[in-house]
Design a protein around this ligand. Structure first.
Ligand SMILES: C[S@@+](CC[C@H](N)C(=O)[O-])C[C@H]1O[C@@H](n2cnc3c(N)ncnc32)[C@H](O)[C@@H]1O
Length: 262
């Protein structure tokens, strides 16, 4: 057997999404980094950036937790959105990611033309895992998110919860994971996620998040969770959901750590 046999699980394939932006397919997690139907850029903007900046439009400074960095679309789409709308908002983005090689490769990734004006930022982030100017500060926390989140000292306004799916990346969707996130949140923090699964909404609800449906054009609906009640969004009564679906349970660390150790 060859000694340096290539580990095919680390292989990633380039995939063109329906919105014309590119994403990757991960053989390790057996899924693409973005919904190829919704599109990498379109999904970032519609599911995460726009609802967050609409709900937090009154805040001059925002601290955002981008879970996890991946190709950086959510972070870069945030900067693109701020520049496009001439916002003065100062943002500090913290983003865990354990795939250091992926981040280093982003300097040459085929990003959409919308990111052309932030090319210098992409370059610095991919080389130094850090960028700072008068308006933006980006820090990539290289390592396991389960370890880096409890060490964060900043208080968070917005969480983009964009891990791989609960089936393939379970430890970033459990009740305990959301408890760690809750512990570093401001009292009015919001969380955006593509997941609409009952188990995920329950994990958030059990950490005192209110749950709402987010609808956008040409996009499957998604979830906005908030520590404060929000007006103008479709509220989901989780107590009623529990009565109607008695089988539904939040995901728990113990179920997956057990699998890892057996
Ligand atoms: C769906 S992708 C994120 C896509 C990203 N938000 C974007 O816009 O390109 C999920 C990312 O989570 C990372 N990841 C999964 N589990 C992790 C963990 N425990 N700690 C740190 N990163 C993790 C993967 O390496 C992958 O880059």
């Amino acid at each position: 057997m060859p000694i340096n046999k290539e580990d095919t699980s680390l292989k990633k394939d380039l995939v063109l999404c329906e919105d014309g932006s590119y994403t990757l397919y991960s053989h390790q997690f057996e899924e693409p980094y973005h919904s190829t139907k919704d599109g990498a850029l379109h999904e970032s903007l519609e599911k995460h950036v726009k609802p967050s900046f609409t709900l937090k439009s009154d805040k001059p400074n925002l601290t955002i937790l981008d879970i996890c960095f991946g190709l950086g679309y959510n972070t870069f789409a945030t900067l693109h959105y701020i520049k496009k709308h001439n916002l003065k908002t100062k943002v500090h983005i913290l983003s865990p990611e354990f795939d250091e090689t992926l981040v280093r490769s982003l300097d040459t990734f085929n990003f959409p033309t919308e990111f052309e004006s932030i090319r210098h930022i992409i370059k610095q982030v991919s080389q130094n895992f850090y960028y700072e100017d008068e308006q933006f500060k980006i820090e990539i926390l290289i390592g396991d998110a389960r370890q880096s989140i409890p060490q964060i000292k900043e208080k968070i306004d917005i969480i983009y919860q964009d891990a791989f799916s609960p089936a393939h990346n379970p430890l970033l969707w459990t009740k305990e994971w959301f408890a760690d996130i809750r512990a570093i949140c401001l009292d009015d923090a919001i969380l955006t996620t593509y997941s609409t699964a009952a188990a995920i909404r329950l994990g958030l609800y059990e950490n005192r998040f209110y749950i709402f449906v987010h609808r956008a054009e040409m996009m499957r609906y998604s979830t906005v969770a908030s520590l404060k009640m929000l007006e103008g969004l479709e509220y989901i009564d989780m107590e009623l959901k529990k009565i109607r679906n008695t089988e539904a349970r939040s995901m728990r660390d113990a179920d997956y750590l057990k699998d890892m150790h057996s």
